[in-house]
Design a protein. Structure first.
Length: 279
C-alpha cells in the first residue's frame, strides 16, 4: 500500500512539473509556431514580389533565380533563429552548434559547395546568359536557367539537362550566341572532267541570290583539294547567328538541285579495278 502511495506521489510530482512547463513554455511554443507559419508565408510573398519587380524592371534573367534563392534562404535562416529564440533556447549557443554542423556538412558536401562557387563565378563573369546557345560538357542547347548549383540547358531535341556549375565553370565551353555574325563552311565535290568554272559560277550565283548571306565579310569560293573521287570546292559565307543553320541547310539543297540542272555531277567514292590476264 505504501508503495502505491509513493507511486501516486511521484506521478503527482511529475504532473505538477509538466503543468509548470506547459504554462511556462506552452504560450511560447504556440507563439513560435504561429510566427513560423506566418513568417514562411511572408517570405514567400516577399520572394514572389521581388521576382515580379525584377521581371518588370527587365533585370538580368540570369541573376534573378540565383538572387531569389539566396534571399529566400537567408530570410528562412533568420526566421528559424528568431523562432528558436522565442522558445527560450540560447541563440548564441544555437549559432555555435549551427556553425559546427555547417563545417561538418561543408566538408561532406565539397562537391556541392564547388557547384555553388561555380554558380557565383558564372554569374559574375557572365560567359553566357539565359537564352544563349552553348556547347558545354557534351551538350548543345539553349540556356534555360542558371540556378545556384546547376545550369539548366534545353537541347535542340527537347531534352532538359542539369549541368553542375562547378564543372561548367572550370571546363571548356563554346558560346554560339556571343557573336552576332557567324560563318558557314561547305565543301562541294564535282566529278573529274566537269567544268570547274561553271561550278564556281553556279555557287557564286546561289550566294548572290540569298539575301541572308552578308556581303561583308565577302564570301569565299576556291578549289580546296583534288580528292580520290572528286574535285572539292570550298565555300565560306557569313550570316547573322539566327540565320546560320537555315542558310546552311538551304544552300545544301540548292546546290544539289542546281548542279543537277547544270549537268554537274556530285560524285561518290568509287574504285576502278583493272584485271590483267596472264598468258
Amino acid at each position: 500500500m505504501e508503495e502505491i502511495e509513493n507511486q501516486i506521489d511521484t506521478a503527482n510530482e511529475y504532473s505538477t512539473i509538466a503543468m509548470e512547463y506547459v504554462f511556462e513554455y506552452g504560450p511560447k511554443v504556440v507563439l513560435a509556431i504561429l510566427t513560423l507559419i506566418i513568417g514562411l508565408w511572408v517570405i514567400k510573398a516577399i520572394t514572389k514580389g521581388t521576382r515580379k519587380a525584377m521581371t518588370k524592371r527587365n533585370f538580368d534573367p540570369s541573376l534573378t533565380p540565383f538572387l531569389i534563392t539566396v534571399l529566400s534562404m537567408l530570410l528562412k535562416v533568420m526566421l528559424v533563429i528568431s523562432v528558436i529564440g522565442m522558445v527560450g533556447i540560447e541563440v548564441t549557443s544555437f549559432i555555435a552548434v549551427l556553425g559546427a554542423a555547417g563545417l561538418a556538412v561543408g566538408l561532406a558536401l565539397q562537391g556541392t559547395l564547388q557547384n555553388f562557387a561555380g554558380g557565383v563565378v558564372i554569374l559574375l563573369l557572365k560567359p553566357f546568359k539565359v537564352g544563349d546557345v552553348i556547347n558545354a560538357k557534351g551538350y548543345l542547347g539553349s540556356v534555360k536557367e542558371i540556378q545556384i548549383f546547376y545550369t539548366i540547358i534545353s537541347t535542340f531535341d527537347k531534352k532538359t539537362v542539369y549541368v553542375p556549375n562547378g564543372g561548367l565553370a572550370n571546363s571548356d565551353m563554346t558560346n554560339l550566341s556571343q557573336d552576332e555574325v557567324k560563318r558557314n563552311a561547305w565543301t562541294f565535290g564535282i566529278a573529274y572532267g566537269d567544268d570547274y568554272d561553271k561550278a564556281k559560277s553556279v555557287l557564286q550565283r546561289l550566294i548572290d541570290e540569298d539575301e541572308r548571306i552578308l556581303k561583308d565579310p565577302e564570301p569565299f569560293i576556291a578549289l580546296e583539294s583534288l580528292g580520290d573521287s572528286s574535285v572539292n570546292i570550298v565555300v565560306r559565307a557569313w550570316s547573322t547567328a539566327d540565320n546560320l543553320w537555315p542558310v546552311h541547310f538551304d544552300m545544301n539543297e540548292k546546290v544539289y538541285k542546281e548542279f543537277a540542272k547544270e549537268g554537274l555531277n556530285i560524285p561518290f567514292p568509287q574504285m576502278d579495278v583493272h584485271l590483267h590476264k596472264n598468258n
